[in-house]
Design a protein around this ligand. Structure first.
Ligand SMILES: *[C@@H]1O[C@H](CO)[C@@H](O)[C@H](O)[C@H]1NC(C)=O
Ligand SMILES: *[C@@H]1O[C@H](CO)[C@@H](O)[C@H](O)[C@H]1NC(C)=O
Ligand SMILES: *[C@@H]1O[C@H](CO)[C@@H](O)[C@H](O)[C@H]1NC(C)=O
Ligand SMILES: *[C@@H]1O[C@H](CO)[C@@H](O)[C@H](O)[C@H]1NC(C)=O
Length: 381
């Protein structure tokens, strides 16, 4: 907490330097501060003060809405999952006029808040980090399926200050897609991570200025999991399919491939130089020193992006936060048995402009597929 408070103090100084408008906001924050009558570094005031120093960007002159929306649960899940939760609470909160809140009474969330604060310095301009009071709570069971989008307008909101959400994931971009620009601002990378990643990229790429096709690899925990891990069977023909597409449709002449997340065993199994060496100017294997840096690298340095293990929310966020017109390609099969909620609700997970790839297990080839899974499944049965 001390770290967050220290960061907050720095932030506040910067804002005061920026003159009258921030001075006004600062004074207003003191009022809020007094209303809540907290001492510095009590966990609640960090949220209240930090948050009230900035108005919600699209509600000029107003401070945080004092009605909150929060998940009923928290855990130490992957970064991609945590980002989905925050972004979806933000989108649902917009609809219900509630501020998204990260529960500061959870020890997991303390670590997460510190990581968020470094990675995404804007995030607590729009997200509260606070603890619900015992009164004025309400609960909705809305959104219990991890990955199926449901329309938040069906929620019967109450006058309670705190609304708790019964779902644990909210993994559909449809919860926040209409606010994509604000979500991108919220997840703008901080100077620390940006500088570290820039130094890494400069070193890795040297003078290679060619178009970069990034290929995200996820195996590790997925190998024993119901999610399908990246496999050479898919990755090799998928890279060629995408390469052909980019050459013919996007008229890219000079391309390098950048693998992200490939560990040495998989890198060897890919036989990169024999398979791809003749087709790309260079083939790189990127590995940075933290998940935040990996994310920032993938979101910053790719011109096209291939998601080879589609259950990875981490890869999903690299693609979503990537260059605005970046073409994205993904494996249409999410889980091994192809019966995960994300397999059935692929249309809630992958924007229609992303290119779906389908592996043919008889020919060993990969093709583009326009149909959603429910349409394919009907044809197959
Ligand atoms: C940025 O990185 C430096 C050196 O790694 C560290 O000392 C500093 O605390 C970091 N700043 C933030 C805001 O995390
Ligand atoms: C591709 O770009 C590199 C510089 O990044 C250059 O050295 C190389 O000659 C280019 N290749 C072609 C075929 O244009
Ligand atoms: C998916 O299929 C596998 C294998 O047939 C089965 O073990 C598993 O229970 C199924 N999962 C769901 C959610 O239906
Ligand atoms: C091949 O894919 C089809 C669906 O396209 C599936 O029904 C079949 O079980 C798969 N076979 C193997 C050996 O994985």
């Amino acid at each position: 907490m001390r770290k967050l408070c220290a960061m907050y103090a720095t932030k506040l100084r910067n804002y005061r330097d920026r003159g009258a408008i921030f001075c006004f906001i600062f004074l207003s924050s003191v009022v809020v501060f007094n209303i809540y009558s907290l001492n510095c570094c009590n966990q609640n005031d960090v949220n209240e003060v930090t948050l009230s120093t900035l108005a919600m960007p699209d509600i000029p002159g107003k401070h945080f809405m004092k009605r909150f929306i929060q998940l009923h649960t928290s855990d130490a899940g992957g970064l991609g999952n945590q980002m989905y939760r925050i972004a979806s609470l933000y989108g649902i909160g917009k609809m219900l006029n509630r501020t998204p809140s990260l529960d500061s009474s959870s020890p997991h969330n303390h670590n997460l808040a510190i990581e968020f604060q470094t990675l995404f310095p804007n995030i607590f301009d729009v997200v509260a980090f606070n603890t619900a009071t015992d009164e004025h709570r309400d609960f909705t069971i809305f959104g219990r399926d991890c990955c199926a989008y449901a329309d938040p307008r069906m929620i019967h909101d109450s006058s309670a200050i705190w609304l708790f959400m019964g779902g644990s994931y909210y993994q559909s971009y449809k919860y926040f897609h209409e606010h994509k620009e604000q979500v991108r601002v919220m997840f703008d990378f901080g100077a620390n991570v940006t500088n570290a990643v820039k130094a890494y990229a400069t070193d890795l790429f040297g003078d290679d200025k060619s178009y970069k096709l990034c290929v995200h690899i996820r195996r590790d925990d997925f190998v024993q999991h119901k999610n399908l891990e990246s496999r050479t069977d898919f990755v090799v023909p998928a890279v060629f399919r995408v390469l052909d597409y980019l050459k013919s449709e996007a008229r890219v002449a000079n391309m390098s491939a950048v693998f992200i997340g490939a560990k040495p065993d998989f890198w060897n199994a890919l036989n990169v130089f024999r398979n791809f060496g003749h087709h790309f100017h260079n083939v790189f294997n990127a590995g940075l020193s933290s998940r935040g840096e990996d994310l920032a690298f993938g979101a910053t340095y790719c011109d096209a992006f291939l998601i080879s293990a589609s259950g990875s929310t981490f890869a999903w966020w690299m693609a979503y936060l990537g260059k605005p017109e970046m073409p994205v390609f993904y494996n249409g099969q999410v889980s091994k048995a192809r019966n995960h909620s994300k397999d059935y609700h692929d249309y809630d997970m992958f924007p229609p402009e992303w290119h779906k790839l389908e592996f043919d297990n008889i020919t060993g080839d990969v093709r583009f597929e326009k149909k959603w899974n429910f349409e394919l499944f009907r044809e197959w049965n």
